[in-house]
Design a protein around this ligand. Structure first.
Ligand SMILES: Nc1ncnc2c1ncn2[C@@H]1O[C@H](COP(=O)(O)OP(=O)(O)OP(=O)(O)O)[C@@H](O)[C@H]1O
Length: 309
């Protein structure tokens, strides 16, 4: 069953359209929801939790309507909000136990689960300290622990690496990856940094200005392309000219040539090999080019170019 399915989903806040005509199916796995700040990621998460109501279209989560079946959805889904929302005067173990109780666990089981989840997120030793004295990284881990404590089927994580240094970001993403791979919990993780989350995701959904830009599994994205990558030790300009003259489609990318294989790959290989020999070049690399995720998301606008609808 799909984790989240939307059909022409729309969310307007007065004059701002945060989501417009969004139709997407998010399948189980570790899913990166990427888009610049303001793209509509948090709005989608809040609609999925039933915290907001759509102004148009439809959304289902684990096959349920988050408004009509809000309690069931929230019992089966864990949510880590983006902003700091922790009570500074409480100790972590008490807070996470409290959140487990809110999710319906009996007292003894709630204490047990709180200890287990704080151990999973690496806060076991520090669990009896006040949250106000924690570093940003530790606070992010408490937020993750409270999202996990009731053993959800799906975790919605809104920018879990916010405010962390590079080492902290890596550690947080490793933790998210382990939750997906070791516990088998599906995760939707929001980020405005594609390069950062792509390594832990099984699929990516990109949105911009509230619209779907692209959605695909990582394996489909990194399939072999129709291009051969040719690298020579020397300047490849002469080879590019020769191959173009022979009717091949050639593009120069940094010091490499990208040659379209077309209908007849064997002939393309032969023409490249003969061209390299005729021009007395030394061939450094000749291989089928793989798509890079970043190539496929090149049209993701930068923050500066983003304008609200
Ligand atoms: N309560 C609100 N009232 C009015 N506009 C809002 C409200 N919440 C969000 N918006 C606007 O809706 C758009 C989408 O915001 P949203 O928070 O969903 O984006 P985002 O991709 O999660 O970005 P960020 O990571 O910065 O939160 C933005 O233009 C934002 O300013």
């Amino acid at each position: 069953m799909a984790l989240i399915e939307t059909d022409s989903l729309e969310k307007r806040y007065d004059t701002v359209t945060a989501l417009a005509d969004l139709t997407v199916t998010i399948e189980p796995g570790v899913v990166g929801l990427v888009g610049v700040n303001g793209a509509g990621k948090s709005t989608l998460i809040k609609l999925a939790l039933g915290l907001l109501e759509p102004t148009g279209g439809r959304i289902t989560v684990l096959g349920l309507d988050p408004i009509a079946d809000g309690e069931t959805v929230r019992a089966r889904v864990g949510y880590m909000p983006e902003h700091d929302c922790l009570p500074p005067d409480q100790i972590a173990a008490e807070f996470v136990t409290h959140m487990a109780r809110v999710s319906g666990l009996p007292a003894a089981r709630a204490r047990e689960r709180a200890s287990e989840t704080l151990r999973h997120v690496g806060l076991y030793e520090e669990r009896y300290r006040r949250i106000g004295g924690y570093s940003t990284g530790m606070k992010q881990r408490v937020k993750l622990a409270q999202a996990l404590v009731h053993d959800p089927e799906l975790l919605l994580l809104d920018e879990p690496t916010n405010g962390l240094d590079p080492e902290g970001r890596r550690a947080m993403l490793d933790l998210v990856h382990r939750i997906g791979s070791e516990f088998g919990i599906s995760v939707v993780v929001c980020s405005h940094l594609l390069g950062e989350i792509e390594r832990i995701c099984t699929s990516l959904v990109a949105i911009d200005a509230g619209r779907l830009l692209r959605s695909a599994t990582l394996s489909a994205m990194t399939q072999h392309s129709d291009l051969l990558m040719v690298e020579t030790d020397e300047d490849p300009a002469g080879l590019a000219e020769l191959l173009t003259g022979q009717g091949l489609q050639v593009r120069t990318e940094k010091r490499a040539l990208m040659v379209r294989m077309g209908e007849n790959p064997d002939e393309t290989y032969d023409l490249i090999r003969d061209g390299v020999a005729d021009l007395d070049l030394s061939l450094h690399r000749l291989e089928r080019h793989r798509h890079q995720v970043a190539d496929l998301f090149r049209d993701l606008p930068t923050e500066a170019s983003h304008v609200n609808a």
